[in-house]
Write a protein that binds this ligand. Sequence first.
Ligand SMILES: Nc1ncnc2c1ncn2[C@@H]1O[C@H](COP(=O)(O)OP(=O)(O)OP(=O)(O)O)[C@@H](O)[C@H]1O
Ligand SMILES: [Mg+2]
Length: 279
Amino acid sequence: MTTAPSRPAVEIRDLHKSFGPLKVLKGIDFEVGQGEVVCVIGPSGSGKSTLLRCVDLLEEPTAGKIWVNGVEMTDPDVEIDAVRRGIGMVFQSFNLFPHLTVLNNLTIAQRRVLRRGRAEAERVARANLERVGLTDKADAFPAQLSGGQQQRAAIARSLSMEPKLMLFDEPTSALDPELVGDVLTVMRKLAEDGMTMMVVTHEMAFARDVADRVVFMDGGVVVEQGPPQEVLGAPKHERTRAFLSRVLDPTHVAQLGQPDQSPSPSPAPSLPTDDRHNL
Ligand SMILES: Nc1ncnc2c1ncn2[C@@H]1O[C@H](COP(=O)(O)OP(=O)(O)OP(=O)(O)O)[C@@H](O)[C@H]1O
Ligand SMILES: [Mg+2]
């Protein structure tokens, strides 16, 4: 649609990652196109966070290659800090500096890393606070914000670095259910604005509505991937069906995260209409 560069935002080829004897990623091929929103789903321990963390080398791959916007991250000579500058990461915990106001949390890296002057950094910060609906919290300290507001501040902080790619690792899973919606709304808006996003999430309704592509991982491999209506609505693989039946059936929520016992649910599970059902 847009004049995208020819290389995808993320390209991963035959990625393996082990922690000692534990093989966590077992040959992952994975891409995120420019402007694409890819949601990664799968059981606890399947390697989703490890995959995400390999993208900007927070974890060092055991084997395989990774490119971000055409730059090979796995090249030993890569200028890793320069590439990381183009990547925003949002985790489950917000990691705001408790002793700085929200505004200063948003300006500090701009000033130190991007060498922006105070006025410019504050202008960018305020624009991003507006984007996430926190204009009136600029002078508050993190402890004075709700969890959802802190997560939105963390997203605004990432956006202030003007990343080309945003990585999210379960950004709503530490939040009380009533705070989840506002964060998801911010993420939806980001997606609509054309941000390239890789999102590890248990929010199936978000994945259904916002993702261009859903990737289902289990046991360190990509089991299946495709448009949300296919992977979530008509999964081809038994493991995907078993996982979806567990996360989408509220009576089985307690099983979330336990090893796959494949109770063979034949019909494709229906999706909830509310983001919160599946937590
Ligand atoms: N730094 C580490 N050292 C040792 N083992 C690790 C490390 N990080 C992850 N693991 C192991 O790798 C496996 C995959 O972990 P990962 O965090 O990628 O799973 P996940 O799919 O993100 O799970 P969840 O949905 O619970 O977040 C787990 O068995 C985990 O214990
Ligand atoms: Mg994880």
